[in-house]
Design a protein around this ligand. Structure first.
Ligand SMILES: Cc1cc2nc3c(=O)[nH]c(=O)nc-3n(C[C@H](O)[C@H](O)[C@H](O)COP(=O)(O)OP(=O)(O)OC[C@H]3O[C@@H](n4cnc5c(N)ncnc54)[C@H](O)[C@@H]3O)c2cc1C
Length: 377
């Protein structure tokens, strides 16, 4: 077991664990700082994420991709506006087996925990340790980011996301469905394999709707979803607890910097994942971006000259530049869509639905967007 470390990763979420495994492959000695597990067994975790081809390839290379029953391929995506606007994406049109996979979060986390346990280059530690490079993967509320004096420029949305699970009368047919409605954005994400009838729900609603919706009896809540989804999957039954998150768009002003520590060798810090950026979940891209951060940082460190330390600011700045440039279009697109569909004025409603119909017919633009989201551009 290693006792001196090249890298200390603070935060053992999906991004932190993925990065630890990638760096261990580079023969770097990694300390992974994990918060203690909660004492009380909490409610079953209802989260499911849409992960793209790039994320799948990365996690497979680390032997951390969940079994097929926990990773359902999405072969079609249907997006509906509020006045007959609609856009469809098909995997076959994109020449792919799937547009994305809907992954059960606990299953993915467990695969990563197991992979880390069998990686001797990574030591899970209860508190930060001295290392040339500290990578902050503590998520959106990171305290270390604040300790390093980094501004986190947050634009809160008026919307919160409610997540839960449903059992549906009709099979989902591997279709991910999303409705942009005057009272929020609703997504049904297919789970349980090709024949499944279970969907993960992400419903982004105005802040003041959250408490009344969470207070509804399960049947009444399911009826609200049935109405919002226009009965697309028939009768719906709520099969899990409801959890809610406030939503925000945010970006750290700086993603890397030196650490003053009084020693001879340089020490630095760098941010990755939600500690560096947050976007609205409507495009299901937040974790895909965080995994791309991990992959890029590992590649930049791998390609360094033999005499450069992992704390070299030139390397870290090149990582920051590359990732900021690559996430900008996704950040602008999700924010723009959220803003466009949160407006209730009639002309805007008509315009955005007209825009959706035009987009549906726009071959090259539609294909470009699909490839961006799939991570195959
Ligand atoms: C409703 C909703 C739906 C979403 N759907 C999708 C989707 O479909 N697809 C997608 O790609 N993304 C999605 N996202 C985004 C995704 O959840 C995040 O981008 C992702 O979880 C970020 O991972 P992370 O590891 O950076 O941060 P986190 O998941 O927040 O993990 C941070 C870890 O650090 C730990 N930690 C915090 N502080 C400390 C500390 N001081 N010391 C040690 N450890 C610490 C935490 O306990 C946690 O384990 C969604 C988000 C929301 C809110």
């Amino acid at each position: 077991m290693a006792h001196t470390f090249d890298i200390c990763i603070r935060g053992a979420g999906i991004v932190g664990r993925t990065l630890a495994l990638l760096l261990a492959r580079e023969r770097l000695r990694v300390a992974l700082v994990a918060s203690p597990a909660p004492q009380e067994p909490s409610q079953p975790d209802v989260r499911a994420y849409a992960l793209n081809t790039a994320s799948r390839t990365l996690l497979e290379s680390l032997r951390s991709w969940p079994d097929p029953q926990h990773a359902t391929a999405v072969t079609r995506m249907e997006v509906f506006g509020d006045q007959n606007g609609a856009v469809h994406f098909d995997a076959a049109t994109q020449g792919a087996d799937a547009l994305a996979w809907i992954v059960d979060v606990p299953a993915l986390e467990q695969r990563l925990v197991d992979a880390v346990r069998y990686q001797p280059q990574v030591e899970v530690v209860p508190a930060p340790v001295n290392a040339a490079l500290t990578v902050v993967c503590e998520g959106r509320a990171s305290t270390t980011r604040a300790e390093f004096g980094v501004d986190f420029e947050v634009t809160p949305y008026t919307q919160h996301a409610i997540a839960t699970r449903l059992e549906c009368e009709h099979a989902h047919g591997q279709v991910a469905r999303q409705w942009f409605l005057p009272n929020g954005i609703l997504a049904f994400l297919p789970l349980g394999g090709p024949e499944g009838r279970t969907v993960a729900v992400v419903w982004s609603v105005e802040r003041e709707q959250v408490t009344p919706l969470l207070a509804l009896e399960p049947d009444a809540f399911a009826q609200q979803l049935e109405a919002a989804s226009q009965g697309a999957l028939g009768r719906l039954e709520l099969t899990a607890a409801r959890a809610a998150w406030p939503l925000q768009q945010a970006q750290a002003s700086r993603w890397c910097g030196p650490v003053a520590h009084g020693g001879k060798t340089p020490h630095s810090w760098v941010l990755a994942g939600d500690a560096a950026h947050n976007i609205h979940p409507l495009a299901g891209q937040g974790l895909n971006l965080g995994l791309a951060d991990a992959q890029t940082l590992a590649r930049v460190l791998h390609g360094r000259d033999y005499w450069r330390s992992v704390a070299d600011m030139r390397l870290l700045r090149s990582y920051e530049r590359e990732r900021k440039a690559s996430m900008l279009p996704m950040s602008l697109a999700t924010d723009g869509l959220q803003q466009l569909f949160s407006r209730t004025e009639n002309p805007l409603q008509a315009l955005r639905n007209w825009g959706m119909r035009g987009f549906e017919r726009s071959g090259p633009l539609k294909n470009w967007i699909a490839k961006q989201a799939m991570g195959t551009h």
